[in-house]
Design a protein around this ligand. Structure first.
Ligand SMILES: NC(=O)c1ccc[n+]([C@@H]2O[C@H](COP(=O)([O-])OP(=O)(O)OC[C@H]3O[C@@H](n4cnc5c(N)ncnc54)[C@H](OP(=O)(O)O)[C@@H]3O)[C@@H](O)[C@H]2O)c1
Length: 263
């Protein structure tokens, strides 16, 4: 079935697919829009905390990683929308395993601050995120969010590379973290995963918006879903209802945005 066709442009001397136009299939009627427009209007913070968005890419059979990283699921269209959504956020939240696996680096856009959640401070202090100079030099250091029980030596290894924030005792208290980010001036927090951090945020009903890129791939492994955490043995929280906000496409990559119902 053909839903649309589009012109693509390759830069001189290159073969990459460069258009920033995307096809909005929903809400109706379908139209061609710029990726920045498809990222949506500026989000407003909630009364007690910043607005929280998730952005994840998954295969059509639900895998959130191939061989331990998300790169095999990504594509030029995904990178385009990834950048357009990042431009909406003042704070980018990420779990320690994702920061390590994906070799996080400083956010290129001035004003966006990266915050890594790392209860046991397993985050690698030699990541480009911490070792590359901030750009611009006046940009604040990245945040590392940990607990009061975190190891002092590990904290020492991050000194001068990150601003350490302690929230919670056994684990990072996610509602308190978001309130803290709000007190620092955060209005829109974009969580880029991984699945364990997403599960914590969703389980605590702290997610206002979910953006999923469906990559046209079937992986067929037991890779994690976009939100997954080991069972705690406690009864599962009631499923949360989300409403369909937008469906867009670039080539055969599908992007779906869901917004928490009742917010
Ligand atoms: N498909 C996608 O869009 C996408 C996006 C992101 C990541 N990924 C993939 O997902 C995988 C990594 O995800 P993951 O689920 O294994 O890990 P993750 O969510 O990235 O990080 C988990 C770690 O974050 C810290 N953490 C999270 N919540 C915490 C809390 N409430 N309190 C204290 N610490 C907390 C802990 O760090 P400590 O261990 O230091 O305590 C925990 O081990 C990688 O393969 C990555 O490539 C895919």
């Amino acid at each position: 079935m053909v839903l649309w066709t589009t012109a693509t442009t390759a830069p001189a001397g290159g073969t990459g697919w460069q258009t920033r136009r995307v096809h909005r299939l929903y809400p109706l009627p379908p139209e061609s829009v710029d990726a920045a427009h498809a990222a949506g209007p500026p989000r407003a913070p909630r009364a007690d905390r910043p607005w929280v968005m998730l952005n994840m890419v998954a295969s059509i059979d639900g895998a959130a990683a191939i061989d331990g990283v998300s790169g095999g699921l990504s594509s030029e269209p995904d990178k385009t929308m990834f950048g357009a959504l990042r431009a909406q956020a003042d704070t980018i939240l990420v779990g320690a395993r994702t920061a390590n696996a994906e070799r996080y680096r400083p956010a290129r856009r001035s004003g966006a601050r990266i915050a890594v959640v790392s209860g046991s401070l397993s985050v690698d202090p030699d990541l480009p995120l911490f070792s590359q100079p901030p750009d611009p030099p006046s940009a604040p250091l990245p945040l590392v969010v940990t607990t009061f029980g975190a190891d002092c030596d590990a904290a020492e290894r991050l000194a001068d590379r990150a601003e350490l924030v302690r929230v919670g005792t056994q684990s990072v208290d996610l509602p308190a973290l978001l309130r803290h980010l709000g007190s620092l001036g955060a209005r829109v927090v974009l969580c880029e995963g991984g699945p364990a951090l997403n599960a914590g945020l969703l389980g605590a009903d702290l997610v206002d918006e979910v953006n999923v890129t469906h990559a046209p791939l079937a992986v067929g492994t037991d890779a994690p879903r976009i939100a997954s955490a080991p069972s705690s043995g406690s009864p599962a929280a009631a499923p949360r209802a989300f409403a369909l906000e937008q469906v867009i496409a670039q080539r055969d990559v599908l992007f779906v945005r869901w917004v928490r119902s009742g917010h």
